[in-house]
Design a protein around this ligand. Structure first.
Ligand SMILES: Cc1ncc(COP(=O)(O)O)c(C=O)c1O
Length: 371
């Protein structure tokens, strides 16, 4: 009897960690200085340069970055904040935790981002702010959204967008012509193109705003050592910052590999199922989403992948369908977000992935589509 060895599992994501990254951690552990010290400051300076922003404030994760930014913008009880309906729940939860109300905005059918026209349609006289999300790292035209929402404060939840480019510049940069500072938050969760374990950052061009955020992330402690306002603890560790600093010089190589993997999938999968980009955008391939024609094929694909240890996961969430957010809107007003959440998956993409792994993923997709 032949005992066939099952093929090895394929991870959905895996952080790019080198021996030099590991070596950078030992001296820090020996120093005893583990939390928000000189390495965090150096990481902030390096990130501000790479992201083309004047100030970078490191925090403990991308969700804290959103919560602190909303607090620093003065978003308070009963304010209405527009939030894309297709995303991880963090931005909407952050709005609720301020006592404010998220209002959901539908997404573009092929770019999967909430864009200017949809924001304008969702706006009401109560709208105070809007969260713009370059979903899965796919750049959005923030200038068009700002023009469509006069008088509304914008912030960008750029959790996934670090490394993407728009019109030749980092997509994290303030675009010329954009009125005022539009703060942008980042996440360094292990699924992102650069990771600090848990970690996040707020990018801004406004020095006073950055100072407020620095106070808010550290118990309300101001630069002169006085507690200026009630604040929590959202500090980043020195260990996380050291990992981030190590990875930054490798970023372009990591992005090139990820974009090549995306191109490999695109050449071998049916046209029209991958996320499309606006003109002038070069996404970072942070997540490679695929939207199938119906939820039956999607569910079959997830089941088969799971049975074979292949890390194909569901793509994202339609927020009004979540019990935590159902009170704030109806799925009927966001049909595209509902369809994409129902029929979408995310495909493995990381520097440890081989073309043989990708071929197995592609075969699974074709198999599900043929059922
Ligand atoms: C759009 C968006 N916002 C916020 C977050 C939360 O980031 P974190 O996991 O670092 O808290 C995520 C997580 O992936 C995200 O995709």
């Amino acid at each position: 009897m032949v005992n066939a060895t099952p093929p090895p599992p394929i991870a959905l994501h895996r952080p790019d960690v080198s021996p030099a990254d590991l070596a950078a951690l030992s001296p820090l552990l020996e120093s005893g200085l583990l939390v928000q010290g000189p390495v965090v400051a150096a990481f902030e300076a390096a990130m501000a340069r790479a992201a083309a922003r004047a100030h970078a404030v490191a925090v403990s994760n991308g969700t804290s970055a959103l919560e602190l930014t909303l607090a620093a913008l003065g978003i308070a009880a009963d304010a209405e904040v527009l939030v894309p309906a297709l995303t991880w729940p963090s931005p909407a939860h952050a709005v609720c935790l301020r006592g404010a109300k998220p209002r959901f905005v539908d997404v573009h059918p092929t770019r999967w981002n909430s864009e200017a026209a949809a924001f304008a349609r969702a706006r009401t006289p109560q709208t105070r702010a809007a969260i713009v999300i370059p979903q899965f790292g796919n750049p959005v035209d923030v200038g068009a959204i700002q023009a469509a929402l006069p008088g509304v404060t914008l912030l960008i939840d750029g959790a996934c967008v670090f490394g993407s480019r728009l019109h030749g510049a980092p997509a994290t940069a303030s675009l010329p012509g954009l009125g005022g500072d539009v703060p942008l938050t980042l996440s360094f969760h292990p699924r992102k193109v650069l990771t600090t374990g848990e970690g996040g950052m707020i990018l801004t061009d406004d020095a006073a705003f950055a100072e407020t955020l620095r106070t808010l992330r550290n118990h309300g402690l101001g630069p002169a050592g006085t507690f200026l306002r009630p604040g929590g603890n959202s500090r980043l560790t020195e260990l996380g910052a050291a990992l981030g600093l190590q990875q930054l010089p490798r970023l372009e190589g990591v992005l090139a590999q990820r974009r090549a993997q995306r191109a490999y999938y695109a050449e071998r999968l049916p046209a029209g199922m991958l996320q499309e980009a606006i003109e002038g955008a070069l996404p970072n391939a942070q997540s490679i989403g695929l939207v199938l024609g119906d939820s039956g094929a999607r569910d079959a694909l997830l089941a088969q992948a799971n049975a074979q240890g292949v890390g194909i996961g569901r793509l994202s969430y339609c927020l009004p369908l979540l019990p935590s957010l159902a009170a704030y809107g109806s799925v009927d007003t966001v049909p595209e977000a509902a369809r994409i959440a129902r029929c979408g998956v995310t495909l493995p993409c990381h520097t440890g992935l081989t073309s043989a792994d990708q071929d197995r993923v592609i075969a699974l997709v074709h198999n599900a589509l043929a059922m």
